[in-house]
Design a binder for this molecule. Structure first.
Ligand SMILES: [Fe+2]
Length: 176
């Protein structure tokens, strides 16, 4: 494919993000709804802490796209009621690396792609995919992880009614 970089037809970052969000929404409206909340809440956290505008925007985009890798997961698994099998849960975990691999193909700032890769890592090494901990996890990813949980519980979110259901279900995977 012709490289349109530096031409008038090149997609801007904002356009690429908008396209990705539309694709997420077409395939999985629940995830799209959740991602909107994650992005907005992550940015609000950054504003409250006092991070600069660039950092705030990186979090907004990171939140919008952190689950874009779920494109590799069958919708039947994403929306499956009840328990997931270990294989299904493992497949859901793959969305992190898949999202990173997808986004690194476009010219997004590395702070965003790294946050996407690390948004399920946990300070105590219990996260995934690389089981990193503490300061090895970027600040953006740590804020996204918080926003992910809050977005999940957001009143009105289609996922919020699932909060008390089985921890092995997809709603739990969203929170992990
Ligand atoms: Fe995720």
């Amino acid at each position: 494919m012709k490289d349109f970089a530096n031409t008038n037809t090149a997609l801007s970052v904002n356009e690429a993000v908008r396209l990705a969000r539309q694709l997420i929404a077409l395939r999985d409206p629940y995830t799209a709804h959740h991602e909107n909340h994650v992005g907005e809440f992550a940015k609000a956290i950054a504003v409250e802490i006092g991070f600069d505008e660039k950092f705030q925007e990186e979090l907004l985009i990171g939140g919008y796209l952190d689950d874009v890798g779920k494109i590799i997961i069958p919708v039947s698994i994403l929306t499956k009621p009840g328990k997931l099998s270990p294989e299904e849960y493992s497949l859901i975990q793959n969305h992190v690396q898949a999202g990173f691999d997808l986004l690194k193909e476009v010219s997004l700032p590395s702070n965003i792609t790294r946050a996407v890769l690390e948004h399920h890592e946990r300070l105590d090494e219990s996260g995934y995919p690389n089981h990193i901990k503490d300061d090895a996890i970027s600040m953006q990813a740590r804020i996204l992880a918080i926003a992910d949980v809050v977005g999940f519980h957001d009143v009105g979110s289609p996922l919020s009614s699932c909060a008390d259901r089985d921890r092995s279900g997809p709603w739990f995977a969203v929170r992990q």
